[in-house]
Write a protein that binds this ligand. Structure first.
Ligand code: SR1
Ligand code: MG
Length: 420
């Protein structure tokens, strides 16, 4: 760890006080700097640093998993991957990630723009806020980053060099490989869930051979399909919002993986938000919120498809589905046929990843506040059961599901089921 030292509220001003970029941004009088620790994620320290003329975020990786403690070591280099992912995302989808102001590899520190008055999207959805921009912004973000980080678009030498850089993000991939794709389906040590209410359905899911096979097929895709640079952990806790802006944060799980993972995780978190709404009706019905969330899911997917198709037609400069084989021979129809094939496989894989993400957030180590903040455990378990059922349906039947109308009709039927 070579001289690494964790920051704290007291040491931060003195340790970063000489940094010219910071002084310029927030004011050179370090005696006026104040620090608040605000990190509530699973892995890192996050501080808001206020000066006389501005504020910044200081994020530092710790050499272990914060959620679990020092018994689970985790390398500091995740901060290096996060830094590189942020710079690539900023190029591929300008304006959608926080600006990076300073990076210190040895101390695993990223100093970045303080987003205000933005709040974490998950919190906003729990409060019942309807954000008008998220579907359009996130649909574009995912399409642009996935397309522009792949062999559909990039110079293949550059892509392979980049793939080699991110291939070293082994430990964070290992977290996903275990926590997402395997642990929910057996009695893994770190699992926890609402018990005894979910005991029955958990036993059913663990005995479900078709589900376990699909989960492993999806894990196989995750490990072997190095298609594009992914965010790697694109849930609603990795998005910050206002009514007029959307920003994506925290890409420390970035690696080259299957194209459908990011969009699958994101839509999964919207469906989980949908089922959790019933648990947040203390001050009135959330029916409008449920309708809004289904609309967000449709619009996100439609925007993703439309932008991916636009980029296919205008930016397909990579080694895959070359124009020389299609448009240059006057074969527009062939190019469109190939696009439909690619979109179809994105659709089926997206459904699979969405389903598995639902299971791990309810049965694995790292849960979602959407459900966790429902105090009445019987009610929480009823909400979670619906999401678990949807997850199973999506993962196992993904090759037979036609479109989003069909999925959302299934979702509404589940919501109306009276689960005891
Ligand atoms: C041990 S880390 C658990 C989870 O937190 C992160 O946000 C990722 O989602 C990871 O799976
Ligand atoms: Mg995170």
């Amino acid at each position: 760890m070579n001289g690494f030292e964790a920051l704290n509220q007291q040491t931060l001003p003195q340790r970063l006080g000489a940094n010219a970029v910071l002084r310029q941004r927030i004011g050179a009088d370090v005696s006026r700097w104040t620090v608040r620790e605000v990190g509530d994620g699973n892995l890192n320290l996050v501080f808001i640093l206020d000066g006389e003329t501005g504020s910044v975020i200081v994020k530092q990786a710790l050499p272990y998993v914060r959620l679990v403690g020092e018994s689970w070591p985790l390398p500091l280099k995740r901060s290096y991957f996060e830094y590189h992912a942020l710079t690539r995302e900023a190029e591929r989808c300008p304006g959608m990630v926080p600006e990076v102001l300073h990076f210190d590899r040895q101390q695993a520190i990223i100093v970045m723009e303080f987003l205000t008055p933005h709040v974490i999207l998950r919190r906003a959805l729990i409060e019942g806020r309807q954000l008008p921009r998220i579907a359009g912004d996130l649909g574009l973000f995912v399409a642009r980053t996935l397309f522009r980080g792949s062999d559909l678009s990039m110079d293949t030498r550059k892509r392979k060099e980049d793939l080699a850089l991110f291939a070293d993000n082994v430990e964070l991939c290992d977290i996903t490989e275990n926590l997402v794709f395997s642990d929910p389906y057996f009695d893994a040590k770190l699992n926890h869930f609402t018990t005894p209410q979910l005991d029955g359905i958990v036993a059913e899911l663990r005995a479900d051979r078709d589900l376990k096979v699909e989960a492993q097929r999806l894990k196989h895709l995750f490990t072997a399909n190095a298609e594009t640079l992914l965010h790697g952990d694109l849930h609603t806790g990795s998005v910050m919002v206002t009514d007029t802006e959307t920003r994506v944060i925290d890409p420390e799980f970035a690696f080259y993986g299957p194209m459908a993972l990011d969009i699958g995780m994101l839509l999964s978190n919207f469906w989980m938000s949908y089922f959790s709404q019933r648990g947040h009706e203390e001050s009135g019905s959330r029916e409008e919120m449920r309708v809004y969330l289904l609309g967000v899911i449709v619009e996100t997917w439609d925007t993703f498809r439309a932008e991916f198709s636009r980029l296919w037609r205008t930016e397909r400069t990579g080694i895959l589905y070359q124009r020389t084989l299609f448009e240059d021979q006057g074969d527009q129809i062939g190019a469109e046929q190939a696009l439909q094939v690619v979109l179809h496989s994105l659709w089926t894989d997206m459904l699979g990843f969405a389903g598995i993400e639902m299971h791990r957030r309810i049965l694995g180590l790292a849960h979602n506040a959407d459900f966790e903040t429902i105090g009445d455990l019987d009610l929480r378990a009823r909400c979670e059961t619906k999401a678990l059922k949807l997850g199973r349906h999506l993962a196992v039947n993904r090759h037979r599901i036609q479109d989003m109308t069909e999925v959302n009709a299934f979702v509404v039927r589940l919501e109306q089921e009276d689960i005891q």
